[in-house]
Design a protein. Sequence first.
Lengths: 697, 205
Amino acid sequence: MDDFENNTTVFSALRSLNNFISLEGVSGPPTPGSSRSALQIQYQQRVQMEEQAGQIHSKSQLLQVEREKMQMELSHKRARIELEKAANTNARNYEREADRNRELLTRIKQYQERETEAENKLKEQMEMNKSYKKSMETMSKKLQEKESKLAEANETITVLKGKISELQWSKMNQEMQMTSQDSQKQELMEQLDVQHKKWQEACQQIQMLQANQSHLAEYEQKIKDLEQKLSQQEHDALIVKNMKTELARLPKMERELRQLKEENAYFREMKENNGLLKEEVEGLQRKLERYEKVQAQLAAVELENEKLLGKLKSWEKVDQSTGLNIRTPDDLSRQIVALQQRELVLKEQNSTITSSARILEKARVQLQEDIIRIQSQLLEEKKKREQHEALVRRLQKRVLLLTKERDGMRAILESYDSELTPSEHSPQLNRRMREAEDMVQKLHAHNTELEAQLSQVLEEVGNHKQRAEMEHSVINFPFFSRQKIEELEAERSKLEEQNRSLEMKLEKLTVQGDYDPSKTKVLHFSMNPASLAMQQRKEEHQQLQEAYERLKETVRVLEGGGSIPENLEGLGSLQSSQEIAELKKQVESAELKNQRLKEVFQTKIQEFRKVCYTLTGYQIDITTENQYRLTSIYAEHQGDCLLFKASSSSSRKMQLLENEFSRTIRELIELHLLRQDSIPAFLSALTLDLFSRQTIA
Amino acid sequence: MAKQVGREQQGITLRGSAEIVAEFFSYGINSILYQRGIYPPETFTRVQKYGLTLLITTDPELKNYLNNVVEQMKEWLYKCIVQRLVVVISSIENNEVLERWQFDIECDKTAKDENEPREKSQKVIQDEIRSVIRQITATVTFLPLLETACAFDLLIYTDKDLAVPEKWEESGPQFIANSEEVRLRSFTTTIHKVNSTVAYKIPSH
């Protein structure tokens, strides 16, 4: 773009220059004077224009140069790029060449290696060649040998060929022989055929002969059979004769057979009867066994009863012997319970007594301790008394000394008094005297006091002594301390032992469940299972007792003999009420069944009678035992009836009893009953007769 | 029971102790009745207690009776006036006492006035109770066989000054005439100590 602009500027400059030149030509020579200045101006203008043009030209040249420079740079750049490209390609070519070179070098090396290998191979080949040559030589030697052998072989071949020809000759001869032999064989074969045919003929003849022989044998056999048949027929004739005689006997035999059959039937019946009888016998035997058992049981029951009676007697005896109110085991148990209770009470008493004994023991020990204490007090008191006595003695001595002193003092005072004038010293002396007397009095008072104390102490000691003695006397122990101590020691050890044993017992008792009744009481639930169980048992026992009583009663009655209804009731009552109820129920149901059956029978009988009446035309009633009354449906009168009587219940023979109606039908009776002996025929005839009479009527 | 669990951190109070001991008696008596065959085994059912499988009765009458006694026991334990509980097993036939299961109770009466609970963990007590019940179960191996039908009674030894409640009455101690005794383990809640002993009749043959 810059180039174009630059180009345009150049063109515009050229045009302006051309314009300028054309202007100069048109104006020609300007007028001098005025035109001078104008020329000058023009000249100046031209100069200016030229300068401008020169500037523009330079400028354009500069621009051109610059453009050229740019182009140069561009071309330079292009050249450089091209150079770089060339360099790159060269470098690549170089690399390729180098690679190729390397490859070539490696190839060369490979070729060299191959060459060496080939050389080696060549050497080997040469060696091989040598060896081959050697082998060739040996081979040729061998070949020569073989050739010689071959020659030998050829010789042998010729020899063999000769032999072959000889053999061929012999073969030819043999073939010749063979042909001759074949011809011989053919001849022989023909001969054989002829012979064969002959043999076949002979065979046929033999067969014919054999057939004839067999026919002969058959005929002989037939003859024999016929002979046998003949003899058999003779036999048969004999048998027939016998049979005829036997046939004459046959009717007799048949009769016998019939008899035998009858007998047989009779025996069969007998056998059945026998079986029934046997069963009956078995039943009876079983019954017998049962009765025997019952008898044995009866004996056992009797024995038991005796035992029980014995026991009862013994109980009664016990009652008599002990004098206690024991009649029954119940009483005894009550007695035992009472005794146990008494034992318990005694035990309780025992325990209270032992506890009181223990308390007494304790009191005794306390008393002993008191005694020891009192003795020690006594000893102390004694010591005190001795001290007091010593004190008293000392005081008495002092009193003596004091009295002596006083006496001395008095003597001195008296001497003073005697020496001094009473007037001067008497008040003084008197005072002293008084003082001294006071002192003495005080001393006396003191002395008495002490004496009183002493006496008191003595008294006390006496009291103690008395008390101690009293106590000693109470416990009956001598006052001799050592002995007493020993005794006490012994007592103590004994007591200790006792105590230990008692403790042991106590522990054992506590383990067994003992307790101190003074501190403890034992409670239990009043409705506890044990007491309930006991109560139940008691009730059961009572029931059993009652049952036993009843049984005893029945046994007594049984022993008395005879079975009284009361007995049976007793026995019945022994059975449980449940059983009775069941039995009653059974009876009731049985009765009900019976009644129903009766009803059914009655209806059925009624039905049966009606049916009989309509079917046979006779109503049959039983008047008395074994006597039957028949009334016909067609009877003319109501009273017309026939009376039959069975001779006995088991047999079926019936007898017609005579009555008014029977007398009217004599003919029928004579015909049917007396002659034909058939009651049904008689009855039928009667029915027909009556029926015909009614229809006629 | 829930109360006791709540108190577990605090320790054992008199009421809690009474409940624990009464509960022990309930299970112990049930175990004895089962082990000694006083009631048929099919009337018992299994429960888990003290980490053991114990059997308790389902007989309604027996249950009622045991509940009555155990409730009364609880009250007396709380008042600390009960000294002993005895399970007496006697023959129904002749009322002879064959076995006595004796539980001596030592009450610490000072606990009545104390307000502070004692320090002893529930678990330790339960372990002790468990070993007692195990021993009860194990005694079956040496106790003589109960050959006759038997019934049982519960005797309670109380202080003398106690007023006898309704439905209760005084009883004899029901000794065994010729007995052998075996001491069992004991346990304590620090307020109540329970020593167990079983005495049984020496077999005559």
